[in-house]
Design a protein around this ligand. Structure first.
Ligand code: OSB
Ligand code: MG
Length: 368
């Protein structure tokens, strides 16, 4: 294939409810969508999961746009490529900027799956026809509100409840949740809000039988996490700290993590995500697919990735209607009793709702 045309759009979509993490609150989702066209006319779609501000990691939608326009698109346009794995090789001279790389790599995978007439899930080597999903719940105004929300999602059938924690919104919250929902699979995500000095506090979470604690310590750390894991019964799952197969290998060898959250954007694309998945499978480390409040396009890529065999824990890829009044794909992603049916159509398997895309677009630019 040869990519001959690319369009980048910046979209702004209003979240149904604000989403609060230890690092900030989202009320809208501002992000990039990339449409790539092959010389035979096949169109593929990718989404940048970078946020408007560099809170989760250093990338933003503007740094992604700059990297795409000035470096990544020029490297890719009009090059003959035979397999999407070649995209990450093409981008290897560019350091980091993983979310920018992943945006265009995702579109190439979509085109490749269509041209080989298979769903993206199969193109990746996935076999599941449905995937298990959980849900991630932000920090709330009160514990009562959180309990009510959790109750609703448990009744909807989500397979695992993840709650965001931060200093001051942790032990009491988890104690009440565990008492109220004794049999529900639960976990906590700190988004790097603690330091090793907080080990005594974090150790008290062991009492609540959590499936894991996600990224308790610094966003670039794998040393202190290894220390902390020795002190905790609860398995640590790394999110922010893992950007590549090499990071995963080092963290696993050090004992910093027992479970890995794979986010396609954070690791630079589906090819690297697959490599991390395969390494973890070979080393007894379960993985699950994280979320970045994606629109339907990113969500479709997450669904496809989750069909790989070592995604044995429910991910954060909840229903479209949990985030948006209207998504930009048809049909929307629907979770029923905690399962999402994997689409069987070629490519990402959902149709792009172009009218919806246009209605949320604030800036658009073409490249060829
Ligand atoms: O750490 O997994 C995270 C949302 C924004 C930034 C970081 C994270 C999250 C989530 C939500 O937990 C996942 C989702 O529902 O998409
Ligand atoms: Mg996380």
């Amino acid at each position: 294939m040869k990519i001959v045309n690319i369009t980048i759009r910046q979209l702004k979509m209003k979240l149904k409810d604000p989403f609060t993490t230890s690092f900030g609150t989202f009320t809208d989702r501002d992000f990039l969508v990339l449409e790539a066209q092959d010389q035979d006319g096949t169109i593929g779609w990718g989404e940048s999961v970078a946020f408007h501000s560099p809170w989760y990691n250093e990338e933003t939608l503007q740094t992604n746009w700059h990297m795409l326009e000035d470096f990544l698109i020029p490297l890719l346009l009009n090059k003959e490529i035979h397999h999407p794995d070649e995209v990450s090789e093409l981008f290897a001279p560019i350091r980091k900027n993983n979310m920018a790389k992943s945006t265009v790599e995702g579109a190439v995978w979509d085109i490749y799956a269509q041209q080989t007439n298979q769903p993206l899930a199969s193109a990746l080597g996935g076999t599941r026809e449905k995937i298990e999903v959980g849900i991630s719940i932000g920090i709330q105004q009160s514990i009562e509100e959180l309990v009510e929300l959790v109750d609703g999602y448990v009744k909807e059938g989500y397979k695992r409840i993840k709650v965001k924690i931060k200093p001051g919104w942790d032990l009491e919250v988890m104690r009440i949740l565990r008492n109220t929902f004794p049999d529900v699979a639960m976990m906590a995500d700190a988004n790097s809000a603690y330091r090793l000095e907080d080990a005594e506090l974090l150790k008290q979470l062991d009492a609540f039988n959590l499936t894991m604690i996600e990224q308790p310590l610094a966003s670039d750390d794998i040393i202190d996490h290894a220390q902390l894991q020795k002190m905790l019964e609860t398995p640590i799952c790394l999110d922010e700290s893992i950007h590549s197969l090499e990071d995963a290998r080092k963290a696993v060898e050090l004992g910093s993590t027992k479970i890995i959250n794979i986010k396609i954007g954070r690791v630079g694309g589906l090819t690297e995500a697959k490599k991390i998945h395969d390494y973890c499978a070979a080393n007894g480390i379960p993985v699950w697919c994280g979320g970045m409040l994606e629109s339907g396009i990113g969500r479709a890529h997450n669904v496809a990735l989750t069909t790989l065999s070592n995604f044995t824990l429910p991910g954060d890829t909840a229903s479209s209607n949990r985030y948006w009044d209207k998504d930009i794909i048809k049909p929307e992603v629907v979770s029923k009793n905690g399962y999402i049916n994997v689409p069987q159509a070629a490519g990402i398997g959902y149709e792009i709702d172009r009218e919806a895309v246009e209605s949320f677009t604030v800036v658009k630019k073409h490249y060829k």
